[in-house]
Design a protein around this ligand. Structure first.
Ligand code: CTP
Length: 404
């Protein structure tokens, strides 16, 4: 299955036609493809299918009216329009297409369509004479010229017993067309759009002599996944990477460093930024004086003289930099909540992600992990999942904390 829709936030707007029942299946297919789906319905759509059915399938409240104060309090319609990375209108009736073409916004769905900057795809479904009508075709031409993707309709038997073009495309075909329209590294619009995010990732190596160093087992996978997730949400991302062998995520600016001191310089060199995410496993100690030549095996034991490295994260949080959010990680093997909350306060962070290390399935070198995020007033559990999924969920949370 294509990965293009993975992590996309799809606002599915359902118009008032008998084909609305097919949109129930569409929700399921979109979720199978890894997308999050929120549904908005026109008044007409509610004559054919219920909001409750969409709610059960999408796992999110279905929006049916501009004037629902409880729903607006939970997530205003402008916020919903901004939340979407793609808007899919299926079925799109002739009337709905006319509204869209002319910029009319007299109900929830048409207002959302006007208030979003996300790409819009429409899936027309109507009687074949209405489809062929010059007014409908002119409206479609207007929408196409504006960059709207038109998916279908199919030719075949219609609900009224007639036959011709006007059937809603099959859910699978809609999902495939939508996925095809999403570039592989498409930035998704979202709460991070336009923000500069600096992410540190990987270990640091502290040289003992020209051939040896002190390092740690961090793979950098989590930090790289976070950088990628932030970039996909429209952020400009600078990734300060310790020595790792990972590929640079698409659209991310990478600065390679080796030691804690170099990482500090690169992080501050990347500022100003809106968000700092310290996912690197920075060495806490470095040799006071790296030996200029290879240390020889001359004595029975060897004591290393180490000094503390700068705590980059704490320095960033305490700096005058106009950051909106500072996020730290806490690699802990025990007392996770206590230690993480302690670091949140001590380093004056906005959010800390406790990264459980030393568990059989997860931790430093694994592709999977479990983690808990803590902020002053709350916490959120992220059960064991691939790091790419955790990163998506974490970046969602960062968006929420930005708005809080
Ligand atoms: N960190 C940092 N600079 C350091 C050490 C840590 O920026 N010199 C950051 C890490 O990137 C991480 C957070 O601090 O976001 C916590 O790192 P961790 O190793 O868990 O904690 P420490 O503060 O080093 O404390 P300890 O090792 O005693 O648990």
């Amino acid at each position: 299955m294509s990965q293009a829709l993975k992590g996309q936030r799809i606002l599915l707007c359902v118009g008032g036609g008998i084909a609305a029942y097919k949109s129930l299946e569409l929700v399921r297919r979109l979720r199978d493809a890894g997308a999050q789906v929120q549904v908005a319905m026109t008044a007409g759509a509610q004559q054919f299918v219920t909001a409750l059915s969409f709610q059960a399938l999408s796992g999110q409240p279905t929006r049916t009216s501009l004037w629902d104060s409880a729903a607006e309090a939970a997530m205003g319609h402008i916020e919903l329009a901004r939340w979407a990375s793609r808007v899919l209108i299926a079925p799109a009736t002739a009337d709905l297409l006319a509204h869209l073409a002319h910029g009319l916004a007299d109900d929830l769905v048409t207002t959302l369509a006007l208030a979003t900057t996300a790409p819009i795809s429409v899936c027309p479904a109507m009687n074949h004479i209405m489809w062929k009508h010059p007014a409908t075709q002119a409206n479609l031409a207007t929408l196409r010229a504006r960059g709207v993707q038109v998916i279908g309709p199919e030719d075949g038997p219609l609900a009224e017993g007639e036959s011709g073009p006007g059937r809603l495309s099959q859910p699978d075909a809609i999902v495939a067309a939508l996925a095809g329209a999403v570039p592989a590294d498409a930035p998704v619009q979202g709460p991070l759009a336009g923000l500069h995010v600096v992410v540190s990732a990987g270990p640091t190596y502290e040289d003992l002599d020209p051939v040896r160093y002190l390092g740690n087992r961090s793979s950098g996978k989590m930090g790289f996944a976070v950088a990628q997730a932030a970039a996909r949400r429209g952020a400009a991302v600078t990734l300060v990477a310790g020595p790792v062998t990972l590929e640079t995520p698409p659209g991310v600016t990478r600065v390679d460093v080796r030691s804690a001191a170099q990482m500090r310089a690169a992080v501050f060199g990347a500022f100003p930024a809106d968000i700092y995410i310290g996912a690197a496993a920075v060495a806490d100690y470095t040799p006071r004086m790296p030996a200029p030549n290879k240390i020889k095996k001359s004595s029975e034991s060897l004591a290393l003289d180490l000094v503390r490295t700068p705590d980059i994260l704490a320095e960033v949080a305490a700096s005058e930099q106009p950051l909106k959010l500072v996020v730290g990680f806490a690699a802990e093997t025990e007392n996770v909540a206590e230690y993480a909350r302690g670091k949140l306060i001590a380093k004056r962070l906005d959010l800390i992600v406790a990264n459980r290390v030393g568990i059989p399935d997860g931790g430093f070198e694994s592709d999977r992990n479990a983690m808990t995020a803590f902020w002053k007033e709350g916490q959120r559990e992220f059960p064991c999942a691939p790091k790419t999924e955790l990163a998506e969920a974490l970046v969602e949370l960062i968006g929420e904390r930005l708005r809080a």
